[in-house]
Write a protein that binds this ligand. Sequence first.
Ligand code: ATP
Length: 240
Amino acid sequence: MTATRDLDVVNLSAGYDRADVLTEMNVSAKAGSVTCILGANGAGKSTLIRSILGLCRVSSGTVRFGSDVISDMPTHRIAALGIATIPEGNRVFPRMTVLENLRVGGLLVRDAARERKRLDELFNIFPRLEERRNQLAGTLSGGERSMLSIARGLMTDPEFVIFDEPSLGLSPLFVGEVFKIVRRLKESGVTILLVEQNVRQTLDVADYGYLLSQGRVVTAGPTETLKNDPELHKAYFGVH
Ligand code: ATP
């Protein structure tokens, strides 16, 4: 998959029933790059993801994917354009086998030959899952379950992948594995939006980043620059 479409969040104010959480937010994820979203708990990271996926109330502004305005589309249409989310943690269907879990992720893939090809590609990236293809997902280790939940989210061969804290609750070994997967996907040309609390590793893999606080972008820039940004140091490393 070689991504060609940028995602642009333009002057977006959005939130829930009572009030906006995001205020005039501008965020862009360029095709084929990794963009990270950083910020403390409650900064609005999940709300930004929900807005992109059509799961929030938008009061003004737009979200565009290529030439499509997606902020007024239902979630299933947004998914059909090639946008996928990998939810936090390691949620799998425990009583289904690894292969069955992957097939569920590929329900939108109607063509059997395409499904087989995609399974082969994913087993190439996740050899452990191939070894365990007939094992019940509930009997996998935590790290393996998180690999399975990532692989399941990739079954549709999406152009744009949103990772929502993929390393949450994982041991350091598997955190490293998750970042390897992100790198590998980036090399394959997929566009990635990465929300993560592992700031150092995230800044190493991402090309561009945004720091959010109270529903606004506090600072943004290429990650090489962000690494030395005083706002970022203040937020994460306690330097004033
Ligand atoms: P975390 O890292 O803790 O997930 P976050 O940066 O993802 O934090 P959000 O979950 O987007 O932050 O929350 C931003 C604000 O929106 C918070 O003040 C939160 O209380 C509020 N909020 C989140 N979800 C809802 C909801 N379903 N209804 C009303 N308010 C919500």
